[in-house]
Design a protein around this ligand. Sequence first.
Ligand code: BES
Ligand code: ZN
Ligand code: ZN
Length: 465
Amino acid sequence: MPSDTLPRFAPPDAAATPIHILPQETFADWMGAQTERLQTWVESCGFRAGLGEILRVPGEDGELSAVLMGWGKPAAHARGRFAVARALNALKTGTYKLDGPLQGDDLSEAALGWLLGGYAFDRYATQSPPTAKLVAPEGIDASRVEAIAAGEILTRNLINTPASDMGPEALEQAVRDLGAVFGAQVKSTIGDDLLTANLPMIHAVGRAAEQAPRLLDITWGDTGPTLTLVGKGVCFDTGGLNLKPGASMGLMKKDMGGAATVLGLAHMIMALDLPLRLRVLIPAVENAVAGNAFRPGDILSSRKGLSVEVNNTDAEGRLVLADALALADETPPDLMICMATLTGAARVALGPDLAPFYTDDANVAASLAAAGTRVRDPLWRMPLHRPYDAMIEPKIADLDNAPSGGMAGSITAALFLDRFVTDTARFVHFDIYGWQPTAQPARPKGGVGVGARAILEALPEVLNL
Ligand code: BES
Ligand code: ZN
Ligand code: ZN
């Protein structure tokens, strides 16, 4: 599927080839109920129903009549997600329908895995992802799964596009395109206007880049509870004057992964027409090096009035987010969620799959974590350990953007952001990685959204929708 096509299920099709999903525990029983001819075929091919085993079954005339997919044991599923994409990869073309014991969340996961398994990023070179189609399984909400897949693909495309084509200007254009599809309002505050609008830290971080820094502000919906999403839109992070070494800079086109993820989530929310009022704020900047770059030791004043000593120009994400959060906080929403590729420490702690999040609200945390488990978008709550507040207080200014010592790097970044939000109980912050380092079923190497599907699933409970 080309990366700019919307993911879709095939329409109901009586001629679709069935894929029989076969758990290993019930495989012997299933075999017992088959014709002798089929039993012989299965045995002679050595098919054992291990997870991911695929066997094509020929019909009387040698045509493809069915596919068997081994579903293995629960322990095999514990090691990964979206196993059904393995069938898609093996089959490549054709139209299929799922048959077997999958239900509920497992069936939705399979359907989503199929749609996402067809994704490849082909903006710069032809790709040949599998094109096989799946008829929407009965019992799932097909248009919801399609909307979720489309949001996730938007996230991946935005992250995968390199900074040469995804600077602050292109990110603004992507936001405007999304707004146009769903009739959302889009406002931007650009360059020196950031100073007049009192968003000084967004200006300070982004002013050295050729493309002017900006704050993008999207609003959509006119009834229901209010939700504000804030996403880190650092289109490239050189580290600034505290320049990153080459190996650490290599992937920094993904430093707008928070923005990409909240935009993917916004796509899902708007496509599903959820009864809420949505606002998305994205500080879009490039953290570049030039004579007018902000410097180590500079003391910045922030929108909120707190002064910030810059002890490392590479801790830029919390600076641009602080101004955006302070602005968001002036019109307090029922729930505020921030997403950012904020610290290397978060990746060291939890790796690329598990999205670490912070909140003071235990109920919100429990809802999010449970939702993440249901929709296979696992999250892990991290502690806002207030005794570490001292680490972000440098004395010469109100706050230090980069405490020395390297202790609890993701926690101190979260505590820093918290200072810019008044009602921290309704605030959730995700410190995500935004990148799939090695290909997995339905997740090729490259940009990936984490957390958005879990949030979407939790919204009805958290916002009383
Ligand atoms: N964008 C990086 C964080 C990052 C690095 C995310 C690698 C994912 C993978 C962020 O701007 C940064 O450089 N943070 C510094 C903060 C430090 C200087 C206090 C970090 O984590 O090293
Ligand atoms: Zn940085
Ligand atoms: Zn960064």
